[in-house]
Design a protein around this ligand. Structure first.
Ligand SMILES: *[C@@H]1O[C@H](CO)[C@@H](O)[C@H](O)[C@H]1NC(C)=O
Ligand SMILES: *[C@@H]1O[C@H](CO)[C@@H](O)[C@H](O)[C@H]1NC(C)=O
Length: 304
């Protein structure tokens, strides 16, 4: 029995490994690359040493590939914040209560934003910071990355088209894959296609009216508050859509029917918001870094 339960735990964390699934992460990154300004594009292509249009998409899942390595182990807590709320009775994220002393997705996003802006850091560290920022903006928009219950749903077992999966996996991957309904063996092509669709919806489709509202909490001078607002918004879906009747009621339920019909629009909206906000955030970072550089040059001239 003891052996069995260890296997269950290992299985669960292996599913949790690909946060937002690669489809979600790569889509948010491609979407951002459609929406950033030209100078932001040049800035990040230079920093990431990639002149192609894939410069963000290619690095979007890097943070997942290093979190289980020996040197990258300290980053594994950076992918989520364990909101100790009680869905569906009440949802909410409190930084002091929910962020571990080692960090969480909110402090990590703030940390790597600050590191991106730090001209004293060597380029390779700022390159890494860019990869983390692209990844964590994605993670924070997945509701179960903003929730403590059963390790973000990794310990809740449900059915998806008759097969047993954990709930975290359903929200990371299964819903998005079904939504776009394309060959799942080609995640990069699928992500590119989906990002183009979402870019059209944002520019001239169903998201045109609401997109400005998506930036209301964005403040480059307070990255922690910005990230916390995004985490709270994602966490609220745990009460409304992820566990609308609580964690016990969902155990063993088939989720690819009615549950999917309600969840899919949330997944689409969160991916669209993540890409749109990522573009805005990268624009602000690139502009701020360049302004700092101009100021440093002025100071140098004054000293002369
Ligand atoms: C940005 O780049 C696009 C395509 O590369 C070009 O069409 C557009 O004029 C550029 N915009 C600015 C403001 O330079
Ligand atoms: C910030 O990032 C650096 C470099 O990865 C890391 O050593 C440090 O622990 C991080 N700090 C926080 C508060 O996340």
């Amino acid at each position: 029995m003891r052996f069995l339960s260890i296997l269950t735990v290992l299985g669960a964390s292996a599913y949790g490994a690909l946060a937002w699934g690669s489809l979600g992460h790569v889509t948010t990154a491609y979407l951002a690359s459609h929406l950033v300004s030209n100078s932001t594009e040049a800035f990040f292509q230079n920093l990431l040493r990639d002149e192609t249009s894939d410069y963000l998409g290619k690095v979007a899942t890097w943070a997942d590939t290093i979190r289980y390595t020996r040197w990258g182990r300290f980053t594994s807590v950076f992918h989520f914040i364990d909101a100790k709320d009680e869905p569906p009775t009440y949802c909410g994220v409190e930084l002091a209560r929910d962020c571990k002393p080692e960090g969480c997705v909110v402090t990590a996003l703030a940390n790597y934003t600050a590191r991106l802006l730090d001209p004293e850091l060597p380029a390779w560290e700022r390159n890494q910071a860019a990869r983390f920022v692209v990844h964590f903006v994605g993670d924070i928009h997945q509701p179960l990355h903003d929730e403590n219950v059963a390790r973000g749903g990794n310990g809740i077992y449900v059915l998806w088209q008759g097969r047993r999966f954990n709930l975290h996996y359903v929200w990371d991957s299964a819903i998005a894959e079904r939504l776009i309904g394309r060959n799942r063996r080609k995640p990069y092509d699928n992500a590119k296609w989906w990002a183009e669709e979402l870019a059209v919806q944002i520019r001239e489709g169903k998201f045109v009216e609401e997109k400005e509202g998506w930036l209301k909490d964005v403040d480059i001078d307070d990255a922690t508050a910005t990230a916390l607002a995004w985490a709270r918004e994602g966490n609220a879906y745990v009460c409304s859509h992820v566990l609308p009747e609580g964690p016990l009621a969902i155990e063993g339920q088939e989720l690819s029917g009615e549950y999917y019909d309600k969840a899919a629009p949330v997944v689409e909206l969160q991916i669209a918001r993540a890409g749109y906000r990522m573009a805005a955030w990268l624009d602000l970072i690139a502009r701020r870094f360049q302004e700092q550089g101009a100021e440093r040059e002025e100071d140098l001239w004054e000293e002369l």
